[in-house]
Design a protein around this ligand. Structure first.
Ligand code: 4NP
Length: 163
């Protein structure tokens, strides 16, 4: 069985592709772990601003420098069918969270949608801040928060598997 994760931000060029690629990196590192291998990752944006674009160059450069990973993927917009297609939908901030829930007016998928920072154990920030209009510190902070959250997410998913 596969467990499908969808990481969601606004543009799908900075935070969510970084989250997707960091999670894939952790899964690759856990190569002997059969459960980790069953996790599938994707990402999307709540907006249509950057559909088809590669990850932001500043985000890619920061991921390469801090983690030695290359970000892949093309931006797409979150769509209603994602509610059925994914087991867990991780929103980067409150705006993303609310915009996702607006597409589920009956609330039937609400329990699938979580804030990414809920899985952090080392950082206390409740949202992954939007780095797009800021400087390099913002991109560094995104990577630090996402590594913490992805590690916590993997631990959480393993605990589900053990139940
Ligand atoms: P992301 O960052 O949501 O982390 O991909 C942004 C990318 C683009 C814009 C805003 C945030 N924008 O306004 O174009």
């Amino acid at each position: 069985m596969t467990y499908k994760l969808l990481f969601v931000c606004l543009g799908n060029i900075c935070r969510s592709p970084a989250a997707e690629n960091i999670m894939e990196h952790l899964i690759e590192q856990a190569s002997s772990d059969k459960f980790a291998k069953s996790i599938v990752c994707d990402s999307a944006g709540t907006s249509s601003y950057h559909i088809g674009s590669s990850p932001d160059r500043r985000m890619s450069a920061t991921a390469a420098k801090k983690l030695g990973i290359k970000l892949h993927g093309r931006a797409r917009q979150f769509q209603e069918s994602d509610f059925q297609d994914f087991d867990l939908i991780l929103a980067m901030d409150q705006d993303n969270y609310q915009d996702i829930l607006l597409l589920d007016p009956t609330g039937q998928y609400q329990t699938k949608v979580r804030l990414m920072c809920d899985f952090c154990s080392k950082h206390t920030l409740k949202e992954v801040p939007d780095p797009y209009y800021g400087g390099s510190e913002g991109f560094n902070q995104v990577i630090d928060l996402l590594v913490d959250a992805c590690e916590g997410l993997l631990t959480y998913l393993r605990s589900l598997e053990e139940c």
